[in-house]
Design a protein around this ligand. Structure first.
Ligand code: PHB
Length: 387
């Protein structure tokens, strides 16, 4: 290299190292706490891929800052959650936590995030308290509250004129709160939930409960299951011959990311959720194309939520030009943002939960296809949040 060139290169290096140092730079450390094993493993992968896709689309950086990933498999196991999240907070010293899928694990993450004042973005778990009684300025959600898809499906069920419903789910926060949302809207619309059935997470021994449904003959069954458990439930419901006699409705997780594995048993099932695969917008089409090219897999709602978690972080970092030490300004920008999601644009409620349209969808082939709006700009009530 010519001497002049070397000097120029040296000057450039000094300049930018100094600027980076002024920002307290080095990479932003992102702690991904997601399930890599168990019934929700595929959901964790989709979220991670969605997050990384957005970062990759920005050239591998957000607001000029490199992103460094730290990972923990949370196994969707609440009893290990506090130890697991502390690996990211205390051992790895992450700047921001992103996680998780399971509501029980996410509640422990939110507590640890509050205790340590660590920024947290929840890319799935719907536990109502995260953007309710536990809300905090540095806690955000890019997904939904459990109440939202439950409520929207209750609106759909009442609108179809069903009067007597049974519900079936796993006995933990996500199942219970989704059923509560369903019941609220269904009974407001003139229906009655005659019985709630449940089993422990992540059990899939559904036979005794299906026998009870057959005996009670409700007008409709509402189910919350997801991941591997949803695959098994939808197949068992069909194999028991119930699909011919008792319509099955669910929050959209019942058929999201699962249609290939469910095969014919899921075809025609209607669900409500904040995403539909075939939303024909430039934003969604580009997202799905990039996702499929990069990961050789179809995007689903989990991928969207991961992608949007990265967008929210990017919006915050851009507002402070990558200077993470200006965290208050960063958080304020995130709270005020309009997020240009593949699901459609959304804003955040005062407790940092998406205010979003809930779609009625129908399973057709490998897609959950848009059928209409189940609930427009649905905002979680954020019960108990004082911020
Ligand atoms: C939850 O535990 O909050 C949860 C898990 C899987 C889903 C949705 C919600 O698909």
């Amino acid at each position: 290299m010519q001497l002049a060139h070397r000097l120029t290169a040296l000057a450039a290096a000094l300049c930018c190292a100094a600027a980076a140092h002024a920002q307290g730079a080095g990479p932003i450390k992102v702690g991904l706490m997601l399930p890599a094993t168990g019934t929700y493993a595929a959901l964790g992968t989709a979220i991670e891929n969605g997050f990384k896709l957005y970062v990759q689309e920005q050239g591998g950086k957000l607001a000029g800052r490199e992103i460094q990933y730290f990972k923990v498999d949370d196994e969707s196991e609440p009893s290990k959650a506090t130890d697991n999240v502390n690996k990211l907070i205390k051992r790895d010293n992450v700047d921001v936590l992103v996680g998780t899928v399971h509501s029980g694990v996410a509640l422990a993450m939110a507590k640890a995030a509050k205790d340590s004042n660590t920024l947290l973005i929840v890319p799935n778990a719907g536990a109502d308290a995260i953007t309710g009684a536990m809300c905090a300025p540095h806690i955000f959600r890019s997904s939904f509250s459990n109440w939202q898809p439950g409520y929207a499906t209750g609106v759909v069920a009442a609108g179809k004129g069903y009067k007597r419903a049974m519900t079936i789910t796993w006995n933990y926060a996500a199942g219970q709160e989704t059923v509560k949302g369903f019941t609220e809207a269904f009974e407001k619309g003139g229906g009655k939930v005659i019985k709630d059935l449940n089993l422990p997470f992540p059990n899939v021994e559904f036979q005794a409960l299906l026998t009870e449904i057959a005996a009670q003959k409700p007008d409709v069954v509402f189910a919350f299951f997801a991941g591997g458990g949803a695959v098994k439930f939808v197949k068992d419901y069909d194999a028991a011959g119930l699909r011919r006699s008792i319509p099955l409705l669910g929050s959209g997780f019942l058929t999201d990311g699962t249609l290939e594995a469910q095969g014919p048993s899921a075809q025609g099932l209607q669900t409500a959720l904040h995403y539909a695969d075939n939303l024909d917008t430039p934003r969604n089409n580009a997202f799905r194309k990039n996702f499929a090219l990069t990961f050789k897999a179809n995007a689903d709602v989990y991928a969207v939520q991961g992608y949007d978690a990265a967008q929210m972080l990017g919006i915050g970092l851009s507002a402070v030009k990558g200077d993470f030490s200006k965290r208050d300004a960063m958080i304020a920008a995130m709270g005020k943002a309009t997020i240009d999601s593949p699901r459609g644009k959304f804003t955040l409620s005062p407790s940092h939960n998406p205010v979003q349209d809930m779609f009625l969808r129908e399973a057709v082939g490998k897609n959950n296809e848009y059928k209409g709006i189940a609930a427009k700009a649905l905002a979680d009530p954020g019960r108990g949040c004082k911020m």
